[in-house]
Design a protein. Sequence first.
Lengths: 737, 223
Amino acid sequence: MSIPNEPPITPELVAAHGLSDEEYQKVIELIGREPSFTELGIFSAMWNEHCSYKSSKKWLRTLHTTGARVVHGPGENAGVVDIGEEQVVVFKMESHNHPSFIEPYQGAATGIGGILRDVFTMGARPVAAMNALRFGAPEHRKTRHLVSGVVAGIGGYGNCFGVPTVGGEVEFDARYNGNILVNAFAAGLADKNKIFLSEAKGVGLPVVYLGAKTGRDGVGGATMASAEFDDDIEHKRPTVQVGDPFTEKRLMEATLELMATGAVVAIQDMGAAGLTCSAVEMGAKGGLGIELDLDCVPVREENMTPYEMMLSESQERMLMVLHPEKEAEARAVFEKWELDFATVGLTTNDLRFRILWQGTEVANLPIRELGDEAPEYDREWELPPPPAAPERNLPATDIAEALLALIGSPDLCSRRWVWEQYDTLIQSNSLQLPGGDAGVIRVEGHPKKALAFSSDVTPRYCEADPFEGGKQAVAECWRNLTATGAEPLACSDNLNFGNPEKPQIMGQLVGAIRGIGKACRVLDFPVVSGNVSLYNETNGVGIPPTPTIAGVGLLDDWSKMARIGFAAQGELILLVGAPQNWGTHLSQSQFLNHLHGLSDGPPPPVDLTCEKTTGDFVRALTRKGITSAVHDCSDGGLAVALAEMAMAGDLGATIDPPPGNTPAASFFGEDQSRYLLTIRPQNLESVQALAKAQSISCQLIGTTGGDILKLGDARAISVARLKEAHERWFPRYMGDN
Amino acid sequence: MKSALIQFPGSNRDRDMVHALASVSGSAPALVWHKETALPDTDLIVIPGGFSYGDYLRSGAIAARSPIIEQVRAAARRGVRVLGVCNGFQILTEAGLLPGTLMRNASLKFVCREVLLEVANNATSFTHAYKKGQIIRCPVAHHDGNYFADPDTLATIEGNEQVAFRYSGGTNPNGSINDIAGVFNAEKNVLGLMPHPENLIEPAHGGTDGRALFEGVLEMVEA
């Protein structure tokens, strides 16, 4: 494929670049003339939704983004949070949805590559990864292929790079049939005083290109990711990049080695919109111009045009501004790792973004305006009132049967098939693997500290009530971290929505951001990084609103860390933070959704004050070494949570009959802010007294022991039978047995 | 104990191995870049796991042609102990230092899980701290761990007690012939295995079954 260099600029060409008439007029006003083809491409790359956040910026500004531990919030490659003793955790979650649907293996692989690069670009060595995946209905003809390709792509890249995957989510819903979601998270560790930023400083300094060569892959990718899909989407395959984790691994080692030499002034990885976005970012942030000579760019294909070079999304590339006196030293590091190293330009004081090619200037644009003056929209939005709770007359439920059906259902069954394809152990620091409440790793080199990671959102809640759903996503993430005994530090938000030009979709985005903002404020859980993915629509139908929240927590002593599995016979099971009848809220539950096909009514509300008090109480008990197991109650309610604890510990339990006469609501209601704990009998009195003093509900509901799970008056189920039901669905669906 | 660890571009369990060696022996190994043409004086050479050269061509194939491998070969001939784990095992078979080959897993998928290993031969400097027939836990994490050898080679390996570890209790994760998880050379001073003993050496890892392998070598060296 070769794009002719200078076709005339026609309205069709402008539209094909995703720019509206008004946006194109703004381009002409800014530069005072018609743009060249290369310039049009550059504007398209910088002003698309993916890079400019033009629809979401107004609302993102309302989020809670600061705090005592926040070193760098949104706006850098990743968020940076203080974990004490001069160390920081650097993390972000980012989507790679559109490419992963078109080409699942490479789309997902390069999503992992991109997020890892964001982390080590800041000087941090990646120590943990997670991914939140949403696929279409299991019976849809493409789903199996997409699951297989995405999981293999994530494993293929992350395993080779050498980062443990410690957690994530996998869900199925027909509404993702045409737009799957691949949200990738990475976290790294760095010294607080050795963080690198993209802001260029100093005039006349060399701009250096590092890493892999530039090819034609991914040309126009960011623009593609800002458009809706139709039935011809397969034709977009050439806009998907191809990943090379081996090069990425070398790029990381070389980058970290180079940073240690003191040569780096500014650094930016080439992600979406490649060379364009990275150069503009470094210049605009530093108040400097950038001049690039494309004849110096290492290329792997012949006859590449400036347009193609500027818009290529070839992977595993970096742009840096270096101290000139250290250039030789820097070059030696990159040559050792057998990577390209080329001086491709310099910083200037004229605030222009100038591109030279074969001796002629093919672009000359104001650099600040490319970034800062990107169009920003206050889009029309409407948010219908949340649905009222419907009257229901449910048939009597066989609790045991319902539990077996739920834990064996596509959304609640074991994800072992998925995570056994990820290296969860590399780096030798993994303390909790996928399958628990949160993934936990040791902080390397520290005797006690550990970090916990969790990724959460419940799209059906967000659809029914975006505000409550946004709150719930944050609260559940905070709760999962708390359940390990960690102090939740901060989070990254990955907002996946449909077409924001539709007021009802924009309303979902506004509602969810407000909910996230509220919850983050009350829980003091700031958003320090994130990403917005809009236009997740096919043939005019959008995905359910899916604001994924990926959070990080800190354990000061991992020897006190809690796990979800029942730990010993004869321990007492406490339900903390629950209403009198244990559970009440069935609307939007997995129970009604999966077993009764009902998806009406409001989601469970989150009382954030109660969430905080309850969580703080549970964490304090864990840190004192009083809890022997802790698990939050979420999807599937109390019964599913108890089953998960039994399966993880390979130990049964006997649960009392619940109070009241609505056992289905008690066992399957999805009321929020609840935890299950186990403690030794001698601690009961003191724990209940502590709870009472803080007005926290803390009910004794049963005892661990034996090899069966008995829920009140329901038929007992053996733990072996639970496991069989839980483990069966995924491998069978994927055709493994 | 003096140990040396060979690093290739794409090695990624090198840090895990450094940690394990340091933890057991009290001293970190010398790091040797693959382009070096000399080895330091050492009691043990370790080739760690990872994806040397991205597993391009065949896993281990390109690394096996690195300059340093000639030195490893010469050292092995002199009787220096050589341990290759995962990608290190693949490199040693590609270099001809160990018999057989490692094919793509029978499932065609990468697999990371804990398996059970039976200690098939404990009369070696690597395995003497285990009992013969002992069943130990150990994690695996690989895409190309399906051990294969032609019938004659297999007969030699089995006859000469060159099998170090076998997957046990139905946990063979990759389709390896005769459940073989690790093999020695004929002289038993070179060991390659797919599982990662370095990832199970302290309570934080959930167990310490891998530790005896390193302790065993240390004991032989110090003796």
